[in-house]
Design a protein around this ligand. Structure first.
Ligand code: ADP
Ligand code: MG
Length: 673
C-alpha cells in the first residue's frame, strides 16, 4: 500500500495529523469519507444576497485592499467588489495573506457568510479563488471530519491527488453482483463520494460504499456462523425434564417464557452447541428461564454456570436458585471475590461436586476448573466484555451458551449485531404488573416530591434516589450523590438513609444493599450502581436526579428496579434542561413502559452513532453505513452475502479481493474472530 507521504504536500508532520484520523496509506485516505457536502454550485448576485446566508459570488475587485488596525492583534482587511447588480464590501479579520492577493479589476469567486455592518451587507471571511474552474467554489465541496491542525484544505488537496490515481483501483465487487443490486463501479463511486458532480451522483456513490461495508461485515458474520456450524458440542439427550422444573415453580410461566424455553430445549438437544441470546425487558423473568435450562444441564449430568456482572446480583441469583431448587439434591455454589473458603469451592467445582455455579467474573479466573461445563449463562451481557464471555465458554468443551440481556436492541438491528447468535425474545411481562407511573419534573417541584416520598415511606415503602456521575472524576460523582444524601438526611431524620456509589469497596456496597433488601434502609441514594437486576419488591418509588444526563435505555433499566411488587410504582425524574430533544426524550419515558419502543425512539432522536458508539456489541465501527437509515441496503447486502456463500454467482466471478477484505475485518475484530 502506498504511504500517504507519497502525496505532494504531506511530510512527516502532516502525516502525523492524518494518522490521528487513522490514515496511513493512500487507500486509508480514499476511505476517509466526508462528513457532509456543501453545495457551492449556485452563484448569487450581490444585490440578491441576504444576511446570515452562505453564498457564492463572482465579482470584480473595485480597489486595492484596505488595511485597518483596530487594536493590537486585531486588523481588518477589506476590499470592495462589484457585479452587474451592485457592490459590496468583503472583510477578513487578521488575515494578512489577503493584503496583496487582488489586483484591481480582476474577477474572483468568493464563498462565505453575508453579515451586516452599519446598515450594510458585507461578505465576511470568505474563501476565494480566481478564474473560472474552482476547487473550493463553484462545485459541491466535501466537508471532512477534522482534527486539531488538520484543515479542510489539506485533506481536499491530498484527496484530489489520491483520486487522480483512482484509475488504478481494482474493482472487487464483481459485475454480476453489482448489476443485480444496482451498485456503482468503484472508480466512479470513489470520485463521487468525495467530489460529486451532482447530489444524485453522490447518492449513487454512497450506496455503493454502504453496500460494500455491510456486505463485508455480513460475510464476516456468516463466516463465523459457518465456523460454528460444523462444531459438535455438548448435547443434552433429553430436556423433557424441564417441565418438571417449571411446574414446581411458584408461578405459571408466561407464554413468552414458555416459547423461549422451547427454543432453548431444541438447541440443547441438537448436536450443534447452543449459541442463543435471550432478550427480555427488565422484569420479564429471564432468571427463571435460565434456571430451567440449568436444571436440564443437571439432569443430563452436566455442570452449568451463570455469571452476573455484580456481586449483589450474583447473591440474589444464588438465593433465587436456592428457592427454585429447594427439595432437590442439586448442589449450588456461589463464587464471588468476597466469599470465603474459596479453595473448597474450587475443589467442588473441579471434582464435579458442584452442579450449579453462580458467580461474578470470579468464576472465569484461571484457578477455576470445571469437571464438565455443559451450559454457560451470562446475565446482563452488556456489562461484560466479549472476552469475558469467551473466557466462560472456554471453561468447557463447546458448551451450550446462553446470553441474557435487558438492553433492548431494536428488532430490525439484532440481525447485524447478533448475526452469529440465535435470538429469542421474551416479549411479555408476568401478569399483574402495573406500568410504573413516570413523571418528569423541574426543581420547583422538589418540595412536593419530597412530601410525596414522605407519605409513601410512612406507609412502609422504600425508595431509590439515583444520581448521575456528573463527571468521570470520582470526586464529583461522590459530591453529587453525597450532596443529595446529606439533604435527605436533614429533611428526613426519622428515616434510615443509605448511600452507595461506584467508588466503594464491593463489601461495603454489599452491606448497604443487603440492608436495603432486608428493609433496614428506607431511602437508598446511589449512583447508577444499582442499575442491573436487583430485586426489592417493597421499593416502589424511584427518584432520578438530572435525568437528562442518562440515556433512555438506562433510565428504563433504572425504572425497572421498581414496580416489582403489588403496589403501584412511581418514577420521578428531575430534569434540569429546557432542551427540545431532552423534552422529547422525557416525554417518551413518561408515555411508555416498553423498552423496545423506548430504545427505538431514542435511536431516532439520538441517531445510531451514539447508540452504537457504546461498543457493547463489540462490532467494528461503521465508516459510512447508518444501520438505522440504510435498512434497505442492509437487507440487500445480507441477501447478497447469503447468495455469495451459497455459490449462486458464476465461477468467473472473482471474489478474491473481497474475501481478503473480509479476512482483514475478521482479523481486526475480536467479536468476529
Ligand atoms: P429479569 O428478566 O429482569 O431478569 P427476573 O428474572 O429478575 O427478571 O424476574 C423478575 C421477577 O418476576 C422475579 O421476582 C421473578 O420471580 C418473577 N417472575 C418471573 N417469571 C414470572 C411469571 N411467569 N409469573 C410471575 N412472576 C414471575
Ligand atoms: Mg435479571
Amino acid at each position: 500500500m502506498e504511504d500517504i507521504k507519497t502525496l505532494n504536500g504531506i511530510g512527516s508532520r502532516r502525516a502525523t495529523l492524518f494518522e490521528k484520523k487513522g490514515i496511513r496509506s493512500v487507500e486509508d485516505l480514499l476511505y476517509f469519507f466526508p462528513r457532509t457536502h456543501e453545495d457551492r454550485t449556485k452563484f448569487s448576485n450581490i444585490a440578491a444576497c441576504v444576511p446570515s446566508e452562505y453564498v457564492c459570488i463572482r465579482a470584480k475587485i473595485f480597489a486595492p485592499v484596505k488595511e485597518t488596525r483596530i487594536k493590537k492583534n486585531f486588523t481588518v482587511y477589506s476590499v470592495t467588489i462589484f457585479d452587474d447588480s451592485g457592490a459590496m464590501n468583503v472583510v477578513w479579520y487578521n488575515n494578512r495573506f489577503v493584503k496583496d492577493a487582488f489586483r484591481t479589476g480582476e474577477e474572483c469567486m468568493f464563498y462565505g457568510k453575508i453579515g451586516f455592518n452599519r446598515g450594510k451587507k458585507e461578505l465576511q471571511n470568505p474563501v476565494f479563488e480566481k478564474g473560472n474552474s474552482g476547487r473550493q467554489i463553484g462545485r459541491i465541496v466535501p466537508v471532512y471530519p477534522l482534527t486539531e491542525g488538520l484543515t479542510q484544505k489539506m485533506v481536499c488537496s491530498a484527496m484530489e491527488q489520491a483520486i487522480e490515481r483512482t484509475g488504478r483501483i481494482a474493482e472487487y465487487i464483481p459485475k454480476e453482483i453489482r448489476s443485480r443490486y444496482e451498485i456503482a463501479e468503484i472508480n466512479f463511486a470513489m470520485r463521487n463520494i468525495h467530489f460529486p458532480e451532482s447530489f444524485e451522483n453522490y447518492e449513487i456513490a454512497r450506496k455503493r460504499f454502504v453496500f460494500e461495508e455491510l456486505l463485508i461485515l455480513q460475510l464476516a458474520i456468516l463466516n463465523r456462523r459457518e465456523k460454528n456450524f460444523g462444531v459438535r458440542g455438548v448435547r443434552f439427550k433429553n430436556t423433557k425434564c424441564i417441565t418438571d422444573f417449571t411446574s414446581a415453580l411458584p408461578f405459571e410461566l408466561t407464554s413468552a417464557q414458555k416459547r423461549v424455553l422451547g427454543e432453548i430445549s431444541a438447541d440443547l438437544e441438537s448436536e450443534r452447541p447452543m449459541n442463543r441470546l435471550v432478550q427480555g425487558d427488565v422484569g420479564s423473568g429471564k432468571t427463571a428461564v435460565a434456571a430451567a435450562a440449568m436444571y436440564a444441564a443437571y439432569k443430563n449430568g452436566y455442570q452449568s454456570a451463570i455469571m452476573a456482572p455484580t456481586e449483589i446480583l450474583a447473591n440474589q441469583h444464588y438465593e433465587t436458585f436456592l428457592r427454585f431448587f429447594k427439595d432437590m439434591p442439586v448442589r449450588i455454589v456461589l463464587l464471588t471475590s468476597s466469599v470465603t473458603k474459596k479453595n473448597d469451592l474450587y475443589e467442588a467445582i473441579e471434582s464435579g461436586d458442584a452442579d450449579i455455579i453462580i458467580g461474578t467474573n470470579a468464576i472465569i479466573q484461571e484457578k477455576v476448573e470445571f469437571k464438565n461445563l455443559g451450559l454457560a449463562v451470562t446475565d446482563e451481557q452488556h456489562r461484560f466484555g466479549v472476552s469475558q464471555r469467551a473466557c466462560l465458554v472456554a471453561k468447557g468443551e463447546n458448551p451450550n451458551v446462553l446470553i441474557m440481556t435487558a438492553t433492548p436492541i431494536p428488532r430490525t438491528l439484532s440481525l447485524i449485531l447478533y448475526g452469529d447468535l440465535d435470538v429469542s425474545m421474551i416479549d411479555e411481562l408476568p401478569p399483574g404488573r402495573k406500568p410504573v407511573s413516570t413523571y418528569a419534573v423541574g426543581e420547583n417541584m422538589r418540595r412536593r416530591v419530597y412530601s410525596f416520598l414522605d407519605k409513601h415511606i410512612k406507609n412502609g415503602s422504600q425508595a431509590y434516589v439515583v444520581c448521575p456521575l456528573i463527571e468521570e472524576s470520582e470526586k464529583n460523582d461522590l459530591a453529587n450523590a453525597k450532596g443529595i444524601f446529606d439533604k435527605l438526611a436533614a429533611i428526613f431524620p426519622q428515616y434510615n438513609i443509605g448511600l452507595v456509589h461506584g467508588k466503594m469497596r464491593a463489601a461495603e456496597k454489599d452491606t448497604i444493599m443487603r440492608d436495603f433488601v432486608d428493609g433496614k434502609i428506607d431511602i437508598l441514594v446511589s449512583t447508577t450502581v444499582i442499575e442491573v437486576g436487583v430485586n426489592v419488591p417493597n421499593s416502589n418509588i424511584m427518584i432520578i436526579e438530572n435525568a437528562e444526563r442518562f440515556g433512555l435505555s438506562t433510565l428504563h433499566q433504572l425504572r425497572g428496579r421498581v414496580g416489582r411488587g403489588q403496589d403501584q410504582a412511581f418514577c420521578i425524574m428531575f430534569v434540569h434542561s429546557d432542551n427540545e430533544i431532552t423534552k422529547k426524550r422525557m416525554k417518551i419515558m413518561c408515555r411508555s413502559n416498553d423498552g423496545f419502543y423506548i430504545s427505538e425512539e431514542d435511536l431516532k432522536l439520538r441517531g445510531p452513532g451514539d447508540f452504537f458508539g457504546t461498543r457493547q456489541h463489540g462490532l467494528p465501527e461503521l465508516k459510512i453505513a447508518n444501520l438505522f437509515c440504510d435498512m434497505d441496503i442492509l437487507k440487500s447486502a445480507q441477501k447478497a452475502a447469503t447468495e455469495i456463500e451459497s455459490g449462486e454467482f458464476s465461477k468467473n466471478c472473482d471474489l478474491s479481493i473481497l474475501r481478503k477484505k473480509v479476512d482483514k475485518l475478521i482479523c481486526d475484530n475480536i467479536v468476529l474472530n
